[in-house]
Write a protein that binds this ligand. Structure first.
Ligand code: ATP
Length: 440
């Protein structure tokens, strides 16, 4: 039975540190609030999450192409998009203990939830990070770290559409870092000031927006389930009209049941033609699409599924976490979908003699040569080694034992069922590849 929330979150945070998934940034200097570093297992996991997203959004589709825009953009982008004036959160300070809070996260604004002190009036706080471009630190050199990747897509709309000769409906996808000076970051990697987004802008004829909005809501919900999130831990929440961003006609969040409560993983928004029109007005260059069939220009509507790579990675970690059995018999398992698992196979010679390590080394080499991320471990008793791999979420353990030396077969042990079977060592790559692709 898994640990109960809120303990579950601290258990996961310490497992992440111990096993090298996630470390606190600049830890030796006491850490930097809300900044985290992905260690050897974490970087593989997050990369697999982003790859899975890219495959389903770009690689496997004929109607979506990719883009990698720069983080720093012309300051006028943020003026036109409305971020300079409107990308704010309501902020209150405690006059006594000086703590800061997001007003919309407090149940009442009468007193400070930490010390009971008096709170200031609510004021707007812009979430964009400012910096200077070039050696002179003055107003004209001010640039912003992008708070969303989407604007890089909008300003490139015509470049991409014309270069790739695309016709609506089509999409442009991008994965990259974004920055928001959040008032109250927290819950581990859930809300940070530097994070990675996976966003796709889908450009459609204006009268098709309702169809594509529903389509993307369903696609994106199914993606999390396909990669292992339990259905009961996922829900779709449609925004009320007064919650909608200034540019949106509709918005729904895919929410995950984190140990700290239901929280947003991804938002699917109908951004209408707001962004393309605003950039056309502000830049003086029309971003309207020319439709050959009707021989006229129009501004496509945009349906945007915007996900967070860090939030998705955290949800996959939390959902995969399981403890089986009790007391000394308990085993911790991360039941990752095989495509997301940081390490796919562990190669374990039973003992460090009789030619087993050499045989194991050859198998290990063969797996790596076939791009199957593997791990070699010949220390400790075999049970301990299995336990280590269960805790890292490795789906397959390959054990080289006495029988291997006589008939050239190995044992494959599956993480979830603990089932074991023998396979000829010449067929290991084939068997593991099939299992990883879900075809076994
Ligand atoms: P929230 O309401 O949680 O602040 P949001 O609705 O402002 O999020 P969007 O602007 O829709 O977020 O951004 C799309 C996605 O980017 C979010 O669903 C989330 O996964 C991710 N994201 C946004 N802000 C952060 C953050 N501070 N830390 C980590 N991920 C974030």
């Amino acid at each position: 039975m898994a640990a109960k929330a809120p303990d579950l979150m601290s258990t996961i945070v310490s497992l992440c540190k111990r096993r090298g998934f996630i470390f606190q940034s600049s830890e030796i200097y006491g850490g930097l609030n809300s900044c985290w570093d992905y260690g050897p297992l974490g970087v593989e996991l997050k990369r697999n999450v982003k790859d899975a997203w890219w495959r389903s959004m770009v690689t496997n589709r004929r109607d979506i192409v990719g883009l990698d825009a720069s983080i720093l953009m012309h300051p006028k982008v943020w003026e036109a998009s409305g971020h300079l004036s409107g990308f704010t959160d309501p902020l209150v300070d405690c006059k006594q203990c000086k703590s800061r809070f997001r007003a919309d996260h407090l149940e009442n604004l009468d007193k400070c939830p930490s010390c009971g002190g008096e709170l200031t009036d609510v004021r707007k706080f812009n979430l964009m990070f400012k910096t200077f471009m070039g050696p002179v630190e003055d107003q004209s050199a001010t640039v912003f770290m992008r708070p969303e990747t989407a604007q890089g897509i909008f300003v490139n709309f015509l470049n991409v559409q014309q270069a790739a000769r695309l016709k609506p409906p089509f999409g442009i996808a991008q994965v990259g870092k974004s920055f928001r000076n959040e008032i109250t970051p927290g819950n581990f990697t859930y809300r940070t000031r530097e994070f990675e987004q996976m966003e796709m802008e889908f450009f459609v004829p204006p009268d098709n927006d309702a169809y594509w909005y529903d389509y993307w809501k369903e696609q994106r919900r199914s993606w999390y389930i396909e990669y292992g999130i339990k259905e009961e831990n996922l829900r779709m929440r449609e925004h009320a009209t007064d919650e909608l961003a200034h540019y949106a006609k509709g918005c729904a969040d895919v929410e995950y049941k984190f140990p700290f409560g239901w929280s947003e993983l991804e938002g699917i928004a109908n951004r209408t033609d707001f962004d393309l029109k605003k950039h056309s007005e502000a830049s003086g260059k029309s971003l309207a699409y020319f439709d050959n069939e009707s021989n006229s220009h129009y501004f496509p509507y945009v349906i945007e599924p915007a996900a967070g790579a860090d939030r998705a990675t955290l949800a996959f970690l939390v959902d995969a976490y399981d403890v089986e059995g009790e007391g000394k018999e308990a085993r911790t398992v991360l039941r990752f979908h095989p495509s997301l698992a940081p390490i796919k196979a562990a190669v374990l010679p039973l003992v460090k003699k009789d030619g087993m390590p050499e045989k194991a080394e050859n198998i290990y080499r063969d797996l790596l040569d076939n791009s199957i991320k593997s791990f070699f471990d010949q220390t400790a008793a075999i049970g301990r080694r299995y336990a280590r791999q269960d805790e890292a979420g490795t789906p397959f353990c390959i054990t080289i034992d006495t029988q291997t030396l006589s008939d050239d077969t190995v044992t494959i042990r599956e993480r979830d069922s603990r089932e074991q079977y023998r396979v000829a060592s010449t067929r290991i790559v084939e068997v593991i590849s099939k299992k990883l692709s879900g075809k076994a």
